[in-house]
Design a protein around this ligand. Structure first.
Ligand code: S3P
Length: 173
């Protein structure tokens, strides 16, 4: 590889399927898969929601950046991230420097449907789910634009999305 982008990273709003698609991509490409949130949960011994409640979002963002750095120092990984990782300029810079970045996007209405089915507790979605998703979607859409590839997942099968990403990655490496 002639460049530094040795990792494959999936970014995107909560509910865009990063975890589901990540699992499928890691199998297709036989890549080691890490998820920044899952690594943090393992390190803390408590859920993201519990961490937010105890220490707040700012402290979570500090931990998230430190975990991102640690993951990017490893050998080639498929990396999935929390939806808000793009909020910090520093994280966007790190990701674009060290990873081929894929933005998973979806229509907000479909995001809402997926999140309604999800059992995971998401601290930033408390209250009116629909209003929260629309507000966060609008507020963050520009932050995802630095990605190398945007994939619209609306109405698509996981296997189809995973194959598109695997194809793009093979062309990249
Ligand atoms: C967040 C997304 C969550 C998790 C935390 C904050 C966000 O991850 O990191 O609740 O700010 O969008 P998922 O995108 O995997 O739900």
């Amino acid at each position: 590889m002639q460049h530094n982008k040795r990792h494959l990273a999936l970014i995107g709003m909560m509910g865009t399927g990063k975890t589901t698609v990540g699992r499928a991509v890691s199998e297709l490409l036989d890549m080691t898969w890490r998820d920044t949130d899952q690594e943090l949960v393992a390190k803390w011994g408590c859920s993201v929601a519990e961490f937010f409640a105890r220490y707040g979002e700012e402290r979570f963002r500090e931990e998230e950046t430190a975990m991102l750095r640690a993951c990017l120092e490893e050998q080639r990984l498929l990396l999935t991230t929390g939806g808000g990782i793009v909020l910090r300029e520093q994280n966007r810079h790190l990701l674009s420097q060290w990873a081929y970045v894929v933005h998973l996007d979806a229509d907000p209405h479909e995001i809402i449907e997926r999140l309604q089915r999800s059992e995971e507790e998401r601290p930033l979605l408390r209250g009116d789910l629909s209003a929260r998703v629309h507000a966060i979607y609008q507020a963050r859409r520009d932050f995802y634009r630095f990605a190398d590839l945007r994939v619209d997942t609306t109405g698509r099968a996981v296997s189809d999305i995973a194959e598109e990403i695997a194809r793009a990655w093979r062309e990249h490496v």
